[in-house]
Design a protein around this ligand. Structure first.
Ligand SMILES: NC(=O)c1ccc[n+]([C@@H]2O[C@H](COP(=O)([O-])OP(=O)(O)OC[C@H]3O[C@@H](n4cnc5c(N)ncnc54)[C@H](OP(=O)(O)O)[C@@H]3O)[C@@H](O)[C@H]2O)c1
Length: 206
C-alpha cells in the first residue's frame, strides 16, 4: 500500500453499504443476497484505505477473507480480544486493530497508511447510525461523515438490520448501474436462490 504523503489534504470520512428494498442490509449476521458485481465494487472502492467496522460485521466475513486485504482493518468492540498495546491503546489480533470506541477507531484510521482519499465506515447498522451523528471530528474533512456510497439492490429480501436514513441534507448522484445475472437472493426462510438482481451505485454527499 502506498502512503499519502505527510501534509496532504486530510482524509474524507465516508461510509459504504449495499441495501435491498426497504433498506435491508443484513439478516442473521450476514447479507441475505450474493451480488458479485457489488463485492467487486466494494473491493475497488475501499482498496488502499482504512476500513472501520463493528465486531458483528467483522464476524460476518468468512475467516479466509479477513482481514480484508490491502486495507488496515479496524474493529470496534466493547470487549477487546487481547490486552491493549500500551503504545496505541488498541489490541492487535487476527490481522486487525481492535478498539473500544469509535472515536479511537477514527484516530487510528487517520494515522494508518492509505493510498486514497477516504477512511471507510463499512458497517454494520449500529456503527453507521453512530457515525452519522458525530460532529466536530478532528482530522477529517468537515469534521463529520460527508459521503455515503450506497449500492441499491432492486430485490425484496427478509432482514433484521437496516441502513441509516439519509435526510434532505444529502445530495445523490448515480455512479452506475447494471444487472447481476449471477446473483442470489434469500427467500422468507433466509435460503439463497439464483436471481437476476438490478443494482445502482449511488453517491450521497453533504
Ligand atoms: N449490506 C451491507 O453493506 C452491510 C455492511 C456491513 C454489515 N452488514 C450486515 O450488518 C449486520 C451487522 O451489523 P450490526 O448492526 O449487527 O453490528 P455491527 O455494527 O457490525 O457491530 C456491532 C458491534 O460493534 C461493537 N460496537 C459498536 N459500537 C460500539 C461502540 N461505540 N463502542 C464499542 N463497541 C461498539 C459492539 O461489539 P461488542 O458486542 O463486541 O461489544 C457491537 O455489538 C450483519 O448482518 C452484516 O452482514 C451489511
Amino acid at each position: 500500500m502506498t502512503s499519502v504523503p505527510a501534509g496532504a489534504t486530510p482524509p474524507r470520512l465516508s461510509a459504504i453499504w449495499a441495501q435491498a428494498r426497504g433498506g435491508v442490509i443484513g439478516l442473521g449476521g450476514s447479507m441475505p443476497w450474493s451480488v458479485p458485481a457489488d463485492l467487486a465494487f466494494f473491493k475497488s472502492t475501499t482498496s488502499g484505505c482504512p476500513v472501520i467496522m463493528g465486531r458483528n460485521t467483522w464476524e460476518s466475513f468468512p475467516e479466509r477473507f479477513r482481514p480484508l486485504p490491502g486495507r488496515t482493518n479496524i474493529v470496534v468492540t466493547g470487549s477487546l480480544p487481547t490486552a491493549a498495546d500500551t503504545i496505541d491503546g488498541c489490541a492487535h489480533h487476527d490481522g486487525a486493530i481492535w478498539t473500544d470506541s469509535i472515536t479511537k477507531a477514527l484516530s487510528v484510521a487517520s494515522e494508518a497508511p492509505r493510498s486514497g482519499h477516504d477512511l471507510w465506515i463499512i458497517g454494520g447498522s449500529r456503527v453507521y447510525e453512530q457515525v452519522l451523528g458525530l460532529t466536530n471530528l478532528p482530522g477529517v474533512i468537515g469534521g463529520r461523515l460527508t459521503r455515503a456510497v450506497v449500492t441499491e439492490l432492486d430485490v425484496t429480501v427478509p432482514g433484521d438490520r437496516r441502513a441509516p436514513e439519509l435526510d434532505s441534507e444529502w445530495t445523490m448522484t448515480e455512479l452506475g448501474s447494471g444487472v447481476e445475472v449471477r446473483g442470489r437472493a434469500a427467500d422468507s426462510d433466509g435460503v439463497l436462490h439464483p436471481a437476476h438482481i438490478a443494482y445502482r451505485f449511488l453517491e450521497y454527499t453533504r
